[in-house]
Design a protein around this ligand. Structure first.
Ligand SMILES: NC(=O)c1ccc[n+]([C@@H]2O[C@H](COP(=O)([O-])OP(=O)(O)OC[C@H]3O[C@@H](n4cnc5c(N)ncnc54)[C@H](O)[C@@H]3O)[C@@H](O)[C@H]2O)c1
Ligand SMILES: O=c1ccn([C@@H]2O[C@H](COP(=O)(O)OP(=O)(O)O[C@H]3O[C@H](CO)[C@H](O)[C@H](O)[C@H]3O)[C@@H](O)[C@H]2O)c(=O)[nH]1
Length: 344
């Protein structure tokens, strides 16, 4: 039996493919390479170039492979872009997920693990770590596009012989501790990626969005989870589903927050470097503090983090960024031209 990883050429998906292969799974990947890279897919996985919204490619994959579970990472992930182009997000994160679920049910595939996000929660009436029972009130089309997919999964599992785990990721960061893959996306806007580029001289400054939040130092606070821990949670979820576990929605985070300024300072300390920091107004849609109540996933899946260490997250990110830069010189455009041409 094989596992299908959608979006397996992307940041998190490429780590997932390595982890599944390490666990002895037979792995099939489908990716349209809109933000991912063919070279990022581990060589032992079978690769299909295609869109999860395309029924023909899904039917071909399901007929050529005995798929037992789908790990669905494919999606559009840039929150501000979802505000500017909401329909693209409802198409890719909601409509295409609907097609995938529909084809999975038609093919009799029993299990799905879905990449959701803390962005489904939005502003909470009570401050502090947010549990799965928190109010779901997304502030952006990105969060809503994911919440609608969560609801489709819930209703599908109630109606058919189909089961799922939805994992709501908090801020995913870091790179493979074995150095096999990392965050390579062109124009990534994630804090830790941007700070690493600045620390290594590939950007001339970093913008800090907001210094007047009601947090200890005034900057935003986030719960950063190492990508290797996150993909381990998916392995636990797969074991759980195969053992007949009930539908589950669980947070993926550490239950601990670090501020933007703490992240900047930690990177400067690790690299013994300095870079220009511009203090800017708050970014639209950003919340002051987003921290997981992370107890449920431990209780239900038996998952426990192994890399809960901000310095380790930052060091693995810096190591990956250094490799990208060393291979292409400190010019981001050259790097992405080479990545796109598969010359890494
Ligand atoms: N990175 C985070 O902090 C974070 C947080 C919460 C949730 N997520 C979710 O995790 C998933 C993976 O995110 P990521 O950070 O690895 O992003 P990414 O952009 O690196 O990876 C997404 C991958 O999916 C592919 N893809 C996109 N649409 C597709 C489609 N219609 N058909 C086939 N392939 C398609 C892309 O080419 C890419 O390889 C996403 O669903 C995202 O919403 C990410
Ligand atoms: O150049 C930057 C980039 C980010 N930030 C700040 O750093 C924090 C984290 O921002 P990110 O853009 O790295 O991440 P978000 O918290 O906005 O969102 C991320 O986590 C969410 C879940 O919490 C979603 O899943 C989403 O996909 C993912 O991008 C925020 O306070 C943001 O304002 C800066 O100050 N400067």
């Amino acid at each position: 039996m094989a596992v299908l990883v959608t979006g397996g050429a992307g940041y998190i998906g490429s780590h997932m493919v390595w982890a599944l292969l390490d666990a002895g799974e037979d792995v099939v990947v489908v990716d349209r390479l809109s933000t991912g890279f063919r070279w990022a897919v581990a060589p032992d996985a079978r690769f299909y170039l295609g869109d999860v919204g395309d029924r023909t490619i899904l039917q071909q994959i399901f007929s050529e492979n005995r798929i037992n579970a789908i790990l669905h990472f494919a999606g559009s992930v840039v929150v501000p872009e979802s505000v500017a182009h909401p329909l693209r997000y409802y198409e890719n994160n909601t409509a295409n997920t609907r097609t995938l679920i529909d084809e999975a049910v038609a093919a009799g595939i029993p299990h799905m693990i879905f990449s959701s996000t803390a962005a489904v929660y939005g502003r909470q009436p009570v401050a502090g770590p947010v549990p799965e029972s928190g109010v779901v009130s997304p502030e952006t089309p990105y969060g809503l596009s994911k919440l609608m997919s969560e609801i489709m999964l819930r209703d599908t599992a109630a109606a058919y012989d189909f089961n799922y785990v939805t994992l709501r990721y908090f801020n995913v960061a870091g790179a493979d501790v074995q150095g096999r893959t990392g965050q390579s996306t062109k124009g990534a806007t994630h804090l830790i990626k941007v700070v690493c580029e600045a620390a290594l001289g590939a950007r001339d400054h970093i913008d800090v969005y907001g210094t007047d939040y009601p947090t200890p130092d005034g900057s935003g606070v986030r719960d950063f989870i190492h990508v290797n821990d996150l993909v381990e949670a998916h392995l636990s979820a797969l074991t759980y589903l195969r053992a007949g576990g009930a539908p589950l929605v669980a947070n993926c985070g550490y239950g601990q927050g670090f501020s933007v300024l703490e992240v900047l300072q930690a990177v400067m300390d690790i690299e013994n470097c300095d870079f220009k920091v511009n203090f800017c107004p708050r970014r639209a849609g950003d919340l002051a503090s987003v921290i997981a109540d992370a107890r449920l996933i431990g209780q239900e899946l038996g998952w426990a983090p192994r890399y809960n260490d901000l310095n380790l997250i930052l060091r693995t990110s810096l190591d990956w960024e250094r490799r990208l830069l060393e291979r292409a010189g400190n010019d981001l455009e050259t790097i992405y031209r080479k990545l796109a041409a598969g010359r890494f």
